[in-house]
Design a protein around this ligand. Sequence first.
Ligand code: GLU
Length: 494
Amino acid sequence: MTEIRTRIAPSPTGDPHVGTAYIALFNRCFAHSKGGKFVLRIEDTDQLRSTERSEQDILDSLRWLGLHWDEGPDTGGDAGPYRQSERSEIYETHIQDLLKKGHAFRCFCSPERLDRLRKQQMAEKQPLGYDGHCLSLTEDEVEKKLAAGENHVIRMKKPESGECQFNDLLRGEVSIAWSQIDMQVLIKSDGLPTYHFANVVDDHLMGITHVIRGEEWINSVPKHVLLYEYFGWQAPVFCHMPLLRNPDKSKLSKRKNPTSINYYQDMGYLPEAVVNYLGMMGWSMPDGREVFDVEAMTKAFDIERVSLGGPIFDIQKLDWLNGVYLRESLSEEQFAERFIAWATADEKLQRVIPLIQQRVEKFSDVVELAGLFISGVIELSPEKFKHKVLSQEQIVKILQFALWRLESLTAWDRDAIESCLQDLAQTMEIKIRDFLFPLFIAISGKAVSTSVIDSIAILGLDVSRARIRHGIDVLGGVSKKAAKRLENEYRAFG
Ligand code: GLU
């Protein structure tokens, strides 16, 4: 019997997302419930957006949650390398194969032509996509262009009419018309593969038998099925999981809910409670029990029990579950141990001491100053934000703009934070002292406290974001309309 193999294939382009952990959990349970293997592959073909830090964060967070993988870039395995940036030669051989068989073609169309085409298709309300212009090039013409070093991409051919039919484990038969499908670029002009090409080649070569991933990929399946056909390979079983949703049913987004696993770690949730909660997203234990661990979930796992209604990721419910774990599954000793480990993680204490040592007269003064580093969201009121020169409107603007600046930082350290905030204060023509006031309040609840820049650096983006957001909310929030206005003004700063 073939071994069941599943994978999680994150792109290291941002924070470790709870959605990645959710999909990882279901892949792991599925493979392990059948005695199979769970693989981790890093999809870093987008060289501009992929970062080492993001990859490290994703691996660390999945490990923190206890979602270990059997094969991956760090653990190794027989099907490596497990990082797409190290597999260029493999993609090269495979694209040559498709070109030779006539299933792919070189396209020399300029971005300007493609842009014109797009606009025209939009004006004529036609489906968007490549029109096949370069399909008519003769071999000689292609050779000449290649010899002249013309920029080009490689696209896949596709049927003109009819429908692609495939099976989804949760949805049964799905059909999508070929007219909806583009002649997908497989190799970009920089010679790197696109997601679709690398993903199919790797899933096949890594022996993946079941592709379990988020619903947002379902429309890509026809391209993938066609690639399997072109190569003469058997396609894996596809299973598209329902997307996590905000309590208002919209797709889970960091605008409305913290989506980074770092946030849950920094806020002091227990990893076992977070994983347990993710296991309740669209799935339930056959006996209805709400408190369970990955092993119990694996034992009872049956993918058919996944329900397609969009599961709601509700922090209040997670808080409740985390409370149950804290009260019922930890002894007093364990509680103390785990609390101390959390409060002192990442050398937090060592980083806080230099900020407070010069400001205290006795140890009993420490908690007052250090408390903000082990708190969640700070209790605030509009009165706290009252300022002698800044209006409430200006304060909201400072908080929102500062947050956007912080979110765009690529390096997270005090100097980077300081210079980005100073720069913003200057652009907004507000004295730095006044500018920092609302941030002091949002971050520490007080107008005078340890340096707010150091505090933001130590707290990290996720907790800082939650506090700044809370500050904005306490001041009445930002309506959709106001947000648009603020965004335009912010963009004008460049
Ligand atoms: N790299 C893709 C992502 O970031 C993987 C999608 C898939 O599982 O095929 O979600």
